[in-house]
Design a binder for this molecule. Structure first.
Ligand code: CTP
Length: 399
């Protein structure tokens, strides 16, 4: 594969020479790009000698006038190591003052960032907020190791080992295309069930998990259909977005677009009850008390489960207690292959949060806990396990 190696200006820059060597050994083509600060620590010649290619440094060199665009288009992955606090800030905010940061904006493939800096700089809320932005964008952050730092302090901030960074690169390269040829249908967000023309019943789902799943699947090469309830999120890139309001509308759109084979991920928090006959006019405050009779909505997941065919079905369960027990019950009763069990009710993970912490319950009986991480990372981990499960199920059925 063709890898762009961005080198930032930190003492760890010398270690990225080792990373370049390792990537070359793995038979990748490596194109080094250095910031001005990086060149204070190590020379472009070092990378040129290791990679057999001229190191790119100057945005304003005559031949570089449009080179950053073509260089971006010709490569499969961008890794930045070391990613300094300053560079992370520039990337998070879209500043494009030199070759590397301009290249980053022109690059549409996977991005791996390996930060290295002083422990206080690493822990600073500004750095952490910038990293959060980059993670949410789908970039992979290889966390620094802990230990003695060049500044004399001890703690997190040390560039991850070249082997660890190379392993993350290998995984991101696989994720680039491993859903090619697949159709993935994702549902997301809450539904709104009208009580009259101005009122409705809904729930706290933000849609963030479902949108992260749609985004991840599209980035991995799938054709993605996203059926979404009302949310305040931008449409993900390269995804067909179908907006719905009620559970019934969601059911109808999902059934119309259900792929024959493929992956169906039901992340939506569908309302369980609705008013079958919605009054035409606003309900007036005349009575001291109003009671309404609600009917059950169609259970979309259970309906797909009943006619599953060759589809791989992933359900979600939002629970406030008995997570695993309830999750297993829903996995069985709705005939899912995987169920993402999600503890909600707390403030740090779940519904409105950007982070999540879930347990994947598989039809094979396995349970896989996923530690707290941004929803976009959880989404990629879910698809990693979906693909493994599919291989296991195919082997089991000899299909
Ligand atoms: N679901 C669905 N249609 C419904 C209700 C739920 O497709 N009418 C799906 C959700 O998208 C989710 C899964 O079923 O993937 C579980 O949703 P959840 O609300 O946790 O479960 P319920 O079946 O509603 O069970 P309960 O209310 O007893 O927790």
């Amino acid at each position: 594969m063709r890898i762009l190696l961005g080198v930032g200006g930190g003492i760890a820059a010398y270690k990225s020479a080792e990373l370049a060597r390792l990537l070359m050994e793995q038979e990748h083509t490596v194109q080094a790009v250095m910031t001005a600060a990086a060149q204070k620590f190590i020379t472009p010649l070092t990378f040129a000698a290791l990679t057999g290619r001229k190191t790119l440094t100057d945005l304003f060199a005559i031949e570089a006038a449009i080179e950053h665009i073509s260089v971006a288009q010709e490569h499969d992955l961008l890794v930045v190591a070391p990613a300094t606090a300053d560079l992370i800030g520039q990337l998070a905010n879209g500043l494009a003052g030199d070759f590397l940061t301009t290249l980053y904006l022109a690059f549409t493939g996977p991005v791996v960032l390996a930060p290295a800096m002083n422990v206080n700089m690493w822990q600073h809320p500004a750095t952490q907020a910038n990293l959060e932005t980059l993670r949410r964008r789908g970039h992979r952050v290889v966390d620094p190791g802990s230990g003695y730092l060049a500044c004399g302090m001890t703690g997190p901030g040390r560039l991850a080992d070249p082997e660890t960074i190379a392993a993350a690169i290998a995984q991101e390269l696989r994720r680039r295309t491993d859903l090619e040829g697949e159709t993935v249908l994702v549902t997301a967000g809450p539904t709104e069930e009208p009580l009259d023309p101005v009122r409705f019943i809904s729930n706290r789902s933000s849609g963030k998990m479902g949108y992260a799943l749609a985004e991840a699947a599209a980035a991995r090469g799938a054709r993605v259909i996203l059926v979404s309830g009302p949310v305040h999120l931008a449409a993900p890139r390269n995804v067909e977005l179908i907006q719905v309001r009620t559970a019934l509308e969601m059911r109808n759109r999902v059934m119309e677009r259900l792929p024959d084979a493929g992956i169906v991920v039901k992340a939506a928090a569908v309302a369980d009850f609705h008013l079958s006959k919605v009054p035409d006019q606003k309900v007036k405050k005349t009575a001291a008390r109003v009671s309404m009779e609600l009917d059950p909505t169609p259970d979309i997941l259970a309906e797909i489960g009943r006619k599953k065919g060759d589809r791989l079905l992933v359900g979600f369960a939002a629970e406030t207690q008995n997570l695993i027990q309830e999750g297993r019950r829903k996995l069985e009763s709705k005939n899912c292959d995987m169920l993402v069990a999600n503890l909600v009710g707390g403030s740090e993970v779940g519904f409105e949060s950007d982070q999540n912490e879930v347990v994947l319950l598989l039809r094979t009986g396995e349970s896989i806990p996923l530690a707290r991480a941004p929803k976009r990372e959880i989404a990629d981990r879910i698809f990693d396990e979906v693909l493994k499960l599919r291989l296991a199920l195919h082997a089991e059925h000899g299909r």
